[in-house]
Write a protein that binds this ligand. Structure first.
Ligand code: CDP
Ligand code: MG
Length: 133
C-alpha cells in the first residue's frame, strides 16, 4: 500500500486545525499509520526542504517551522500521494480552490497549514527523515 508523509505545519497547530485535517484524511478512507507531535530542529527542517535551499524564501520558510510544534504523519492508502496533494491544494492562496485544505483555511504563501510529499521518491525520503531518526 502506498504511503506518504504529511505534516501539519505550526500555523495549522496554532489555529487548532489538527482535528479538522485528521478528519478529512480519515473520511477520505486513508489510514494514519504514524502520528507524532514534534519540534523539529533547524537541521531537520533544512534537510526536509533541501530542494528549496537556493530559493529567496528558504530562510523565512525554515524559520517558520524550526523549533515549533508540528504534527508529523505517515498516511497510507491507494494513490495517497497524489490524492493528498489534491486535498491539500495549491501553494498560492489565490489559486487554492475552496474544498481543498489550503483553499478553505490558508491565505498566505509561507504559512499554509500543511505539507504533503509530492512524489514516491519524496515520500520515501521524507518518511525516513522524520521517523527513522
Ligand atoms: O508545499 P508545496 O509542495 O505545495 O510547495 P513548494 O513549492 O514545494 O514550497 C514549499 C513551501 O515553501 C510552501 O508550502 C510554502 O510554505 C513555502 N513557500 C514560500 O514561503 N514562498 C514561496 N514563494 C513558495 C513556497
Ligand atoms: Mg513541495
Amino acid at each position: 500500500m502506498e504511503k506518504t508523509f504529511i505534516m501539519i505545519k505550526p500555523d495549522g497547530i496554532e489555529r487548532r486545525l489538527m482535528g479538522e485535517i485528521i478528519g478529512r484524511i480519515e473520511k477520505k478512507g486513508f489510514r494514519i499509520t504514524k502520528a507524532e507531535l514534534k519540534n523539529p530542529t533547524r537541521e531537520l527542517v533544512e534537510d526536509h526542504y533541501v530542494e528549496h535551499k537556493e530559493k529567496p524564501f528558504f530562510e523565512e520558510l525554515v524559520e517558520y517551522i524550526s523549533g515549533k510544534t508540528v504534527m508529523a504523519m505517515e498516511v497510507e492508502g491507494d494513490n495517497v500521494i497524489e490524492v493528498m496533494r489534491f486535498m491539500i491544494g495549491h501553494r498560492d492562496p489565490k489559486l487554492a480552490i475552496p474544498g481543498t485544505i489550503r483553499g478553505d483555511f490558508a491565505n498566505k504563501l509561507t504559512e499554509n497549514i500543511i505539507h504533503g510529499s509530492d512524489s514516491p521518491t519524496s515520500a520515501e525520503r521524507e518518511l525516513k527523515l522524520w521517523f527513522n531518526h
